[in-house]
Design a protein around this ligand. Structure first.
Ligand code: M6R
Length: 595
């Protein structure tokens, strides 16, 4: 949450920072700001809403050094005054922050007693005031930053523009920070994707690393160990020149359609490449799969495949609910972390604790060089390319398909898995035809009148019901709940009224009794007047119990991966008809780096 971008070099910083912030907007998009340094004077621009140019921004003089920020509000509402950067009283330095100062209240109270004057409601301004106090006591800005940073609790990363020395300083803790080294200068950002067009050479900072950037040079000093560090330069595998929507109106639709390829990219791993992890799983007493949100549902899907296909004792755990498992997890257990961003605080926290316990960590992440992959003993990547829409689509199916490949490989069926996954992606085009889109759009025209909807799934589709509901609620803002179909008669059925839309996921590869359960659940809601929508095997489309039916490709136990796609499309078309901001839904951020 929140994006930081900085640049010093021979090019005009203003445009580079603006473009960088556009690429970082997915991390937070309620307000933003830029500070540039020209002839030892800091010039700032702030605004609320999306990153876009206006006359005032154009008035900033062209400069060769500056920092910028996109905000996801934590302390203080969405107001210009709360947008970053936050400048010092003497206007000699300005700060942007990603994270949350957890001891904000007590620090602010102390500072107020010492007569500090605050203009904003942010925790960032508390950092500014702490630094000012240290500077007034005679310390250098660098030393003041170090002393002040050590007083902050929580995961915080800051970048500072220093007008006196023409430098950028940054200190990382928890929230990510990457340096990009290019011929024209130095880039600094919350992710490497935001400066991807300019360089593939990166330095990933560790917690408590302080980077000092002057012209085209960097030096790193760890404020915890008090040691200088030689920058460890890595070269990224992929470089993205342009991250655009192509022929699509929204990243979401582009990313949904891309699944015809990305499922294969995620599962190209050879047996040789998977071997270290397969052996670790076999050696482990139990495999715990951790994730949050959509990644948490993918963890559920991976666990299901590991148990049912490979007979592995595997348990998915919501990463933010891991504490109750702590008394039973031992160093003999293996942890598999699933994350798109690789920076989710809820997932990093248990990994830190479990690593200390001696557990081996495997991860399946989409972004390169992130905290989660760098903590891992076994590092695997989704390879799905940038996922820009806040709602995760292609990464969810990539994660689930990888789980299927893992389970099949453990069961000695690696080649069969590859063949089936290829078959699946080939057959997905039936979901993306103009007639299929027209059908969904007509159906969404009816759904948009309902405030509540329900999704029922069973077995392999249990987590698909939960993920389908999350997908629709994230963008349409409708109340959609996914349930394990078995729950219906135990309470959920009380919610069904005349016209309530109920989706039932019904594949053809389940054991008969499982499909019978779904059919009887749909009959029960139909009898109470529900509007019923079937998703799954075409053979059930003829049943009189469904008002609408969306057939999906059925390839052995892979149909669950196909079944989630209609929910993604319903989410898209419904939200489009409702006029919502599809790629940047309200209140959300792509990367949840705060607790
Ligand atoms: O980056 P991660 O995959 O770790 O993120 C986890 C969740 O925050 C994320 O899946 C979230 O639920 C998405 N907005 C879902 O579309």
């Amino acid at each position: 949450m929140c994006g930081i971008f900085g640049y010093t070099g021979s090019n005009v910083a203003n445009n580079l920072i603006f473009d960088g912030l556009k690429r970082l907007e997915y991390r937070g998009y309620d307000s933003w700001g830029i500070a540039i340094l020209k002839e030892n004077k800091i010039h700032q621009y702030k605004n609320i809403g999306l990153v876009k140019k206006d006359k005032d921004l154009e008035k900033l003089p062209d400069a060769k050094i500056g920092i910028g920020h996109t905000r996801w509000a934590t302390h203080g509402g969405v107001k210009k005054v709360n947008a970053h950067p936050h400048i010092s009283t003497e206007k000699d330095f300005t700060i942007v922050q990603n994270g949350m100062v957890e001891n904000f209240d007590s620090l602010k109270k102390q500072l107020l007693k010492q007569k500090a004057i605050f203009k904003s409601e942010t925790d960032t301004e508390v950092i500014v005031k702490l630094v000012e106090k240290e500077v007034r006591s005679g310390k250098s800005l660098k030393q003041s930053l170090i002393t002040s940073f050590k007083k902050l609790e929580g995961r915080n990363t800051i970048a500072i523009l220093d007008s006196k020395q023409n430098k950028i300083y940054a200190i990382k803790n928890g929230s990510p920070l990457v340096v990009g080294l290019s011929k024209d200068g130095i880039y600094l950002a919350s992710d490497s994707l935001s400066f991807s067009p300019y360089t593939k050479k990166i330095v990933v900072l560790d917690d408590y690393d302080m980077v000092e950037i002057e012209g085209k040079n960097i030096s790193i000093f760890n404020i915890k160990t008090n040691r200088k560090k030689k920058p460890e330069i890595k070269t990224l595998k992929y470089q993205y020149e342009e991250i655009d929507k192509g022929k699509y109106d929204h990243f979401m639709l582009k990313e949904i359609v891309e699944q015809q390829k990305t499922i294969n990219y995620a599962t190209e791993y050879t047996l040789e490449e998977l071997k270290p992890l397969l052996e670790a799983i076999r050696r482990s007493k139990k495999a715990y799969i951790l994730g949050a949100g959509t990644a948490g549902f993918a963890a559920g899907q991976i666990g299901y495949f590991l148990r049912t296909i490979a007979g592995i004792d595997a348990q998915d755990v919501k990463s933010y609910e891991f504490r109750s498992y702590l008394p039973i997890i031992t160093s003999k257990d293996l942890i598999i972390a699933v994350s798109q961003s690789g920076e989710t605080a809820d997932t990093i926290e248990p990994l830190e604790i479990l690593k200390k316990k001696g557990c081996k960590i495997a991860s399946f992440v989409n972004m390169f060089g992130t905290t989660i992959s760098r903590m891992s003993d076994y590092e695997y990547y989704t390879n799905a390319g940038p996922e820009i829409c806040v709602a995760s689509t292609k990464v969810f199916t990539a994660q689930s398909a990888w789980g299927y490949l893992l389970a099949m490989s453990l069961a000695g069926k690696h080649t069969t898995a590859h063949r089936r996954l290829k078959l699946l992606t080939k057959s997905l085009n039936s979901l993306f035809t103009p007639s299929s889109f027209d059908y969904l759009k007509r159906m969404c025209g009816v759904l948009k009148k309902s405030e509540h909807m329900f999704i029922l799934g069973k077995g392999e589709n249990s987590f698909i019901a939960l993920e389908g509901a999350l997908k629709i609620k994230e963008i349409s803002y409708k109340h959609v709940e996914g349930f394990f179909a078995g729950e219906l008669k135990h309470g959920v059925i009380a919610l069904i009224e005349k016209g309530t839309p109920v989706f039932g996921i019904i594949p053809d590869d389940h054991k008969d009794n499982e499909n019978k359960d779904i059919i009887s659940a749909i009959e029960q809601v139909k009898a109470r007047g529900a509007l019923t929508i079937g998703i799954g095997s075409e053979q059930y489309s003829k049943l009189k119990i469904f008002d609408y039916f969306i057939p999906t490709p059925q390839i052995n136990s892979l149909s669950s991966i196909a079944n989630v796609i209609p929910f993604q499309l319903v989410s898209y078309f419904l939200s489009l008809q409702l006029g919502n901001n599809i790629d940047k839904p309200r209140n959300l951020a792509k990367s949840v780096t705060v607790k």
